[in-house]
Design a protein around this ligand. Structure first.
Ligand code: KG4
Ligand code: ZN
Length: 411
């Protein structure tokens, strides 16, 4: 079984080819085109620029993904009579002209994508894949639509079914992707259930109870900003580059001593740990952002601009987010009698967070098996979308039925 998977939920355009063989889920390719350079001047994702970039990128990224998976085959030249002849699609028989009419309708609002898709489909044959998987939510709707419309166009033209995939489930499914090409170190079917999942990304911070594979129940989420959003916004206050998470982590790594220049009493936390002791499994990070802003504004300009202050702040902000994420996840895992903790999302690429999660479980001799994808697979990518399709086995459907929902829930 081979899947062509697509993700355009935010600012990365990604296409992957995923294969399931001998119960292993393997990525034959996983191409990601980042838009960081486009959004960096704005300090965050600018949806309309992201939408345009997806239109430009989808076809070249798809071509590269097929090429890397050895599935890109040029169309044999057609004879004059065949060019105007009939082509069968599903139950209908459509002429090539009629087929182009449908394609135009699917991509009628996406001019750039339409032009590129028409050329691509004329030049290359249907690849040997069984279905198309597409993220249809949650995410930024103008971005999601680009991937969905492209998936619809491919599914229609190649007569393939579509699997609509939830982006949060896909972040968790990244844990089932086997390492490639030759060092298979995956652990797929061996994950013990029940499990508690943590997805911490730029748009979401969610705790999910998974009694078994394919069953998801949301047990907690952020009431305001997501963990990644907090990294991005506080980084901006400190004058760091976008995206804030990696910039903050790099700066925090330079701090060897506890942060002493932040104005806190000796031994006390410089910044609050929001909702760390609350009885539920929800998060809140906007108070942290405000506390960082007040701390910054209360400093002299010379301190604000000093590297020592920025380093100490970066370390403390990162530690607050780590403390809250670990504490609440362990509490949920304990409460739900989980055997595993399955994590994902861009924030889980944070080295210190990964290290402290593992250390805490080990040093406290906790019974949970901890899973985190490779750093590159924590970030948005299409391989995880394909993995979710093969893992959760959602109902495949026709291209006409796919809809976008920017606020799609996990359950
Ligand atoms: O999962 P993702 O790629 O996209 C969304 O679905 O949102 O996550 C992006 C988020 C950004 O907020 C970024 O700052 C954060 O993940 N991030 C990190 C690190 N790398 C990316 N946060 C902390 N430490 C990192 N090393
Ligand atoms: Zn994501």
């Amino acid at each position: 079984m081979k899947i062509l998977a697509i993700d355009t939920s935010c600012d990365d355009t990604s296409v992957a080819i995923i294969e399931s063989k001998n119960k292993k889920i393997k990525a034959l390719s996983n191409i990601v085109s980042s838009q960081i350079k486009i959004h960096a001047p704005y300090g965050g994702v600018y949806p309309m620029l992201a939408k345009r970039a997806h239109q430009e990128n989808l076809v070249p990224v798809c071509k590269k993904a097929l090429q890397q998976a050895h599935l890109l085959r040029p169309t044999p030249r057609l004879g004059a009579e065949e060019r105007g002849g009939s082509v069968s699609i599903c139950a209908d028989r459509l002429t090539l002209t009629q087929k182009y009419k449908v394609l135009n309708k699917i991509l009628e609002r996406d001019e750039i994508l339409l032009e590129k898709t028409v050329k691509f489909l004329a030049k290359y044959d249907k690849p040997k894949v069984n279905a198309i998987a597409i993220t249809n939510g949650p995410g930024l709707e103008p971005c999601l639509w680009q991937g969905v419309n492209f998936a619809k166009a491919l599914a229609f033209w190649w007569d393939l079914p579509i699997a609509p995939i939830n982006h949060i489930k896909a972040h968790l499914a990244a844990n089932w992707l086997w390492k490639e090409p030759s060092r298979f170190e995956g652990r797929s079917h061996s994950v013990p259930f029940p499990a508690v999942g943590l997805v911490a990304s730029g748009g979401h911070t969610e705790l999910i109870y998974m009694p078994k594979i394919g069953i998801y129940k949301l047990i907690g989420s952020t009431r305001d900003d997501a963990a990644g959003e907090c990294f991005d916004k506080t980084a901006r206050i400190l004058g760091l580059s976008y995206p804030g998470g990696p910039a903050m982590a790099a700066l925090a790594a330079k701090c060897s001593a506890p942060p002493l220049c932040l104005g806190q009493r000796s031994g006390a936390d410089a910044l609050p740990r929001p909702m760390i002791k609350s009885k539920d499994f929800d998060f809140s990070f906007s108070g942290l952002k405000t506390a960082v802003l007040y701390n910054f504004q209360s400093q002299k300009k010379s301190v604000q601009e000093s590297q020592d202050y920025k380093i100490a702040m970066a370390k403390e902000i990162q530690q607050v987010i780590i403390d809250v994420l670990i504490e609440k996840t362990l509490k949920a895992a304990d409460c739900f009698n989980a055997k595993s903790i399955i994590t994902g999302g861009g924030v889980m690429a944070n080295k210190e967070l990964r290290k402290q999660f593992k250390n805490r479980i080990k040093s406290n001799k906790l019974r949970f098996t901890f899973y985190v994808p490779r750093s590159t697979l924590c970030m948005d990518n299409a391989a995880m979308v394909g993995a979710s399709t093969l893992l959760d086995k959602p109902k495949l459907t026709g291209w006409q039925k796919i809809k976008v929902n920017g606020n799609l829930n996990i359950c």
